[in-house]
Design a protein around this ligand. Structure first.
Ligand SMILES: Nc1ncnc2c1ncn2[C@@H]1O[C@H](COP(=O)(O)OP(=O)(O)OP(=O)(O)O)[C@@H](O)[C@H]1O
Length: 571
């Protein structure tokens, strides 16, 4: 165990945002073989197509030999084969990149400090996980088509070059004009896509409100109309208008670019007598230009998709940079810590605001000890800091200053994940999982608990899973209790667990379950507002405005007095 308190509790330094290009290279590097194969196959396919066009062009102006036809068939096969390999390769690549992005963002969220996740709020995280990654997936799905189109256009340019150098220069000039137009327009549509993406974060919040606030919104018509009109409708209309304008700019420029091809073809036809170029070259040009129009349009249509993917990638990159620090100890060697005597906090100070405002909440605890094998209640008014204290005790928040001590020794950063494994519990805003990862005592033990907490009639447990979590509020919390107990950790934490229970279960919790846990050698930390049961604790810590204002010990309290040996189920 480390002897340096500041090792644990220093807030991590903010990492600089990694450069976008670096991120792209990092993402693509593992797939370089697929990228190389798909690009080479696509390029070969495009060149073969251009060569085939040259044979078709030759055949139009002169007699066709059998050998030329066989060559044409071979080139068509090569072109199709190349396109097939490029298509499959790029599709697989796109999907693997999306899978990797999803894994990467999820892994960073899983490793981020809890305070960071709480600060970011779920709508922002969900917008990245769902919206932004989907935008990249969209690009991935179309990527094969784009690379094949690019290969065909490049192949056509090579063929045009072989036909007539001055005319290919003229064609390149048109490409440059088209490119410059697109480039100038791109900043306009990018700005609109970017603004629309900002609004997507707000839209996620509204989605959350209409799902999580379903009851309230049905009871309150004014609020429902407000969410519908000023929230959803307004935001979706603004997003649609921004995206619509961006696409309108794109289509205007796209039309001009395609018009340039017709201008070119028209100019060649009109100026044919004056150009002094052979007929074969002229027909070749026109065939190639008309043939390449499709792939050119496809490439142009890729620009907004690329722009949106670029914005999405920037968002993902910004999120991953924010979460980059992570909690290295989460992946460190598994230290199995033992809890023998007591947990303690010393010189602890924690707040949520970066500025030291006078009225900002601050938790200040000079010293606190939680003894092993005791039931400790943390009590106090709303907002007095009970849950914050719990999160620090469980190693979920890194306090601004001060130390968390396990059996008198500081818990180092490297040990923090191991330290957290000493606890299980039910938070006030708990999440209920449907499965049990481990089940010491087997199904029989789980079923006994379901019977005891009157849940056996509404669900059962088979093959490591509970049949449902669609239960009443009190039933869900009882199921969460079973999860916590079956994890068999030395310390159990309950944050206002009994608040949702009927009087019988409340009594069962305070008068039977807690004493049984205590008798089984467990340490229990419970946040409670049930003052009529405060006597069920060995120690009651009273909190007010972030400070401990009193510690009440009940030395005469004995669980054995309330639970007879025959009634003890937990041990
Ligand atoms: N994630 C957070 N970000 C900013 N402030 C927070 C956060 N969590 C809690 N607070 C603030 O910290 C203070 C203490 O909150 P805490 O949840 O610890 O109180 P509590 O004693 O558990 O209250 P209750 O009895 O209502 O559950 C409150 O004033 C609250 O506004």
């Amino acid at each position: 165990m480390s002897a340096h308190c500041d090792q644990i509790h220093q807030p991590s330094a903010a990492s600089s945002t990694p450069r976008l290009l670096g991120e792209v290279i990092r993402l693509l590097r593992p797939f370089w073989r697929t990228i190389f194969l798909a690009t080479a196959a696509g390029g070969l396919g495009g060149l073969a197509m251009a060569w085939a066009l040259s044979i078709i062009n030759g055949a139009l102006v002169s007699a066709t030999s059998a050998g030329a036809l066989v060559g044409l068939a071979g080139l068509c096969a090569l072109s199709l084969g190349g396109q097939l390999i490029a298509g499959i390769g790029n599709s697989l690549l796109g999907q693997r990149i999306v899978a990797r992005l999803r894994q990467d963002v999820s892994a960073r969220i899983l490793r981020a400090p809890l305070s960071q996740i709480e600060q970011m709020k779920s709508p922002r995280l969900l917008a990245v996980l769902n919206g932004d990654v989907e935008k990249i997936a969209e690009l991935g799905n179309h990527f094969a088509g784009y690379t094949t189109a690019l290969a065909i256009v490049l192949g056509c340019l090579v063929y045009l070059f072989l036909l007539s150098v001055p005319m290919v220069c003229f064609a390149l000039l048109l490409v440059l004009v088209g490119g410059a137009l697109n480039n100038a327009a791109m900043s306009h549509w990018l700005a609109r896509f970017d603004k629309a993406r900002d609004l997507e974060d707000q839209l996620q919040k509204q989605y959350r409100a209409i799902i999580e606030g379903a009851k309230e919104l049905r009871l309150n018509r004014a609020r429902r109309l407000n969410v519908e009109k000023n929230g959803i409708c307004d935001l979706t209309n603004r997003i649609a208008a921004l995206n619509g304008r961006a696409f309108a700019i794109f289509w205007a420029v796209d039309t001009i670019s395609i018009a340039l091809i017709f201008v070119f073809v028209g100019a060649v036809l009109a100026l044919r007598p004056y150009l002094g170029i052979e007929n074969e070259a002229i027909t070749g040009f026109i065939i190639v230009m008309l043939f390449a129009k499709g792939p050119i349009e496809e490439l142009a249509s890729a620009l907004p998709v690329f722009s949106q993917a670029q914005i999405a990638f920037r968002r993902i990159s910004a999120l991953t940079a924010t979460l980059a620090e992570g909690e290295a100890h989460v992946d460190g060697p598994r230290a199995s810590l033992r809890f023998r005597h007591a947990l303690a906090l010393a010189g602890l100070r924690h707040g949520f605001s970066d500025t030291e405002q006078e009225d900002a909440f601050s938790l200040d605890i000079a010293h606190l000890e939680i003894r092993r094998g005791e039931v400790t209640f943390i009590v106090g008014g709303n907002g007095s800091g009970k849950t914050t204290l719990i999160k620090i005790l469980l190693g979920l928040y890194q306090p601004r200053s001060g130390a968390v001590l396990l059996d008198g020794q500081l818990v180092s950063r490297a040990e923090l994940d191991g330290y957290r494994q000493l606890f299980s519990g039910v938070f006030a805003d708990y999440h209920l999982f449907e499965d049990l990862l481990a089940c010491p005592g087997g199904e029989a033990r789980v079923n006994a608990w379901l019977q005891r907490l009157d849940l056996a009639k509404v669900l059962d447990f088979q093959q490591g899973r509970f049949s449902t979590t669609d239960l009443s509020t009190g039933q869900r919390k009882r199921l969460a209790f079973i999860h916590a107990v079956l994890e068999d950790r030395p310390i159990l934490m309950f944050d206002e667990w009994a608040a949702d229970q009927d009087p019988d279960f409340r009594k069962l919790f305070y008068r039977q379950l807690l004493p049984e846990l205590r008798n089984a050698g467990k340490t229990v930390i419970a946040v409670s507002h049930d003052d009529r049961y405060f006597d069920a604790a060995d120690c009651v810590i009273h909190m007010s405005r972030g400070c401990i204002v009193g510690i009440e010990r009940h030395p005469g309290y004995s669980a054995g007095a309330t639970v007879s040996a025959g009634e003890q189920h937990i041990a």
